[in-house]
Structures are given as structure tokens and as C-alpha cells.
Ligand binder design. Structure first.
Ligand code: ADP
Length: 353
């Protein structure tokens, strides 16, 4: 389902500014060395996996940002060691982007709202949990944070805890899934009107200051589109792959194309596309209410796997409204089985035993 090629279509290591010829040579030399560092679980090099970003050579110094999960700490030493033969380099500065105790951080994204992104995030979290993983769900959709409602959580006060690294938020727990949502900070029925630096600060705090405990997966429900909020989250969290949700019609597809380009540019691998609301079963026949073939066309054009085509099912909607995701309420339903298959694919890729 997920293949190594979808984990390697990023161009994050490319210099964002124009370098002089010497700088360019040095940059390429460093990239070549870094390509020798293989991440053992994913069996691919850290450049192809988008784990190294913001690589800069300034005078005789190398600067880079390393995006890692809790089990990948030793990559820093490996990088230092692999770069040590470079004789012009006086020092390598590695800044680490990680979330304490979280192994794999994945994002769920969409080009626009209303396509079923949060529904997918909740049901995928449920499927991973049913398969025995410890799962957290970070609702970072600042424009429509409705994950708590979809998991049956009412407005609750967020508690804090003192840790060695300062005060942290404690996530809530619903149906075995740990949850933190920007919506929990807001008054019900009021829009979240954060902008600019305040938005940036709140998002950064949400990523860095939650005491999740040990997690196998943290799923981040991103805001739709490619705006400031989304870019901040992508830069500040160690997302090692993103799943894109779309509906089949053309208008949705062009937004998704932009979305995918954005992820590839910042260096986050696109794991695949889920086409939601693909059809409605009517008199035992699939009825394609919103057109057909959009997800498939996009998957071919952008060489990203089409992970699933999910039908319109009133029970998905009811699951969201009643706070019990269909995948937990009826794990054997056809739609739940689709999410279970995606979860199986994720486990095979990110946590092989
Ligand atoms: P987004 O996060 O992209 O804004 P949501 O996940 O909130 O979208 O979904 C929007 C609405 O559509 C919700 O009411 C949800 O229950 C419903 N919905 C999503 N996917 C389906 C589906 N496959 N069948 C029926 N209803 C769906």
C-alpha cells in the first residue's frame, strides 16, 4: 500500500537561496554524505525521507534541522560521524525537531474544508487503536476544530502538569485515544480569530507543550489549504508522512494538487490520497454523486498511491455527530474495514515487528 517511492518524493534539501559555486559544491557534498545515513525502520536514506530540512552552509559551518521520532535519536550521532571527514567543516550544528515520547507523527490534510479530513483522522486513529497502537490525535484545524465532538468530548478544562521541561498541557482521553484540540481553548460557538504571530505561538505551543506520554502514533488533523497555519505546523512538527483527503470532483482536485506541491516543497513525504464520498450505494449500485475518477487521476499524475475510495455512508456522519466513530462502533462494517486496511499498511511501514 505505502511504497518507498512515495516516501521519497521530497526536495527539502535543495537550497532555497542562490549559492555561490563553492557553496553549491559544498552543499552537494554534504547531501551526498547525508544520503549514506539510512533510517533502519523505513530502510531509506534520511534525505529521501525528508528528515533533513533547512540545510545551510555558512562559511565553514553546516547547519541543518533534523525531524525525528522518539526512536530515532541516534541519527544525530550518525550524522555527526558521517560528516566528520569533511575537512573544510569546522562544526556541524544540528537542531532537532521531535515530540517527546512520540514515535511516528503523521498528518491528515486536505485542499479544502468539508471533504472528510477530520472524519478520516478520527477513524484512522480508531483503526490504529483497535490494532493495538497507542494513539494520540492533535486537532490543529484552527478553522474548524471538531475532533473533540467527533469523539464525544464536551468542553473541558485543559489541565497542566509540571515536568522537567516546564509546564505542559495534559491531553484528554476518549475511547482509548488521547486528544488535544485547539477547540478546547475556545469558547463554544465562537470563531477562533487568531492571526499572525499569536496563531504561530499557539500552534507551536500545541505541538511542543503537550505531555502525550508514550505514543506509537500522533495523528495531526491539519487546517485545510496551504496557509500560514498549515505551514507553521508542518515546519514545527516531525511529520514523517501526510495523507491527503479529497472528494472526487475537479474543483477539489486542483486544491489538492497545490496541497501536495506544498508538502513536497517543504520536504514532507505524501503517503497517499484517500478519495472520500466517492459513491453512494443505491439499489446495490454505486451512484457517483460528485463525479468520478478525480482521486485516481490525481494519484497517477502526482505519483502518490490512491489508498482508498470511501463511500458516502450515513453511519459515518452519525458517528461524527454522536461522538462514536463508525470504526469503533462497528469495526466490521465495509467502511471500517477500509480504515483498518490503511492502519495495517501504516503499521507495516512505520512499526514493522
Ligand atoms: P473536514 O474535516 O474536511 O472539514 P469533516 O470530516 O468534518 O470534513 O466532514 C464534513 C461532514 O461530512 C461531517 O458531517 C461528516 O460526518 C460528513 N462525512 C464525511 N465523510 C463522510 C462519508 N464518507 N459519508 C457520509 N458523511 C461523511
Amino acid at each position: 500500500m505505502f511504497n518507498s517511492s512515495s516516501l521519497s518524493k521530497t526536495d527539502s534539501h535543495l537550497p532555497s537561496e542562490t549559492l555561490d559555486p563553492l557553496g553549491e559544491l559544498r552543499q552537494q557534498e554534504v547531501v551526498n554524505y547525508l544520503k549514506q545515513v539510512i533510517e533502519p525502520t523505513l530502510k531509506n536514506d534520511i534525505i529521501s525521507l525528508g528528515m533533513v530540512r533547512n540545510l545551510r552552509i555558512v562559511d565553514d559551518y553546516i547547519y541543518l534541522r533534523l525531524y525525528i521520532g522518539s526512536h530515532q535519536q541516534d541519527l544525530q550521532a550518525k550524522i555527526e560521524s558521517i560528516l566528520s571527514p569533511i575537512n573544510w567543516c569546522k562544526k556541524t550544528y544540528i537542531s532537532i525537531c521531535t515530540i517527546a515520547n512520540v514515535r511516528t507523527t503523521l498528518a491528515i490534510s486536505s485542499g479544502k474544508g468539508g471533504v472528510g479530513k477530520s472524519t478520516t483522522a478520527v477513524n484512522l486513529a480508531a483503526a490504529l487503536k483497535l490494532q493495538g497502537a497507542k494513539v494520540g490525535l492533535l486537532d490543529a484545524d484552527v478553522y474548524g476544530p471538531n475532533i473533540p465532538q467527533m469523539l464525544g468530548l464536551g468542553q473541558a478544562d485543559i489541565e497542566t502538569v509540571d515536568t522537567a521541561k516546564g509546564q505542559k498541557f495534559l491531553p484528554l482521553e476518549a475511547q482509548g485515544i488521547k486528544v488535544m484540540s485547539v477547540g478546547l481553548l475556545a469558547e463554544p460557538e465562537r470563531p477562533l480569530a487568531w492571526r499572525g504571530p499569536v496563531l504561530h505561538k499557539i500552534i507551536t505551543q500545541f505541538i511542543q507543550d503537550v505531555e502525550w506520554g508514550e505514543l506509537d502514533y500522533l495523528l495531526i488533523d491539519l487546517p485545510p489549504g496551504t496557509g500560514d497555519a498549515q505551514i507553521t505546523i508542518v515546519q514545527e512538527s516531525p511529520i514523517c508522512g501526510v495523507i491527503i483527503v479529497t472528494t472526487p470532483q475537479q474543483i477539489s482536485i486542483s486544491d489538492v494538487r497545490r496541497n501536495i506541491y506544498m508538502f513536497r516543497q517543504v520536504g514532507v513525504p505524501v503517503l497517499g490520497i484517500i478519495e472520500n464520498m466517492s459513491y453512494l450505494i443505491c439499489d446495490s449500485q454505486p451512484l457517483q454523486l460528485f463525479g468520478s475518477g478525480g482521486g485516481k487521476q490525481l494519484a497517477e499524475e502526482l505519483q502518490a498511491p490512491l489508498l482508498a475510495q470511501i463511500p458516502i455512508d450515513p453511519r459515518i456522519c452519525a458517528g461524527g455527530d454522536t461522538g462514536k466513530p463508525l470504526t469503533l462502533a462497528d469495526p466490521n462494517s465495509a467502511v471500517s474495514q477500509i480504515f483498518m486496511q490503511i492502519a495495517t499498511g501504516l503499521n507495516a511501514t512505520f512499526s514493522p515487528v
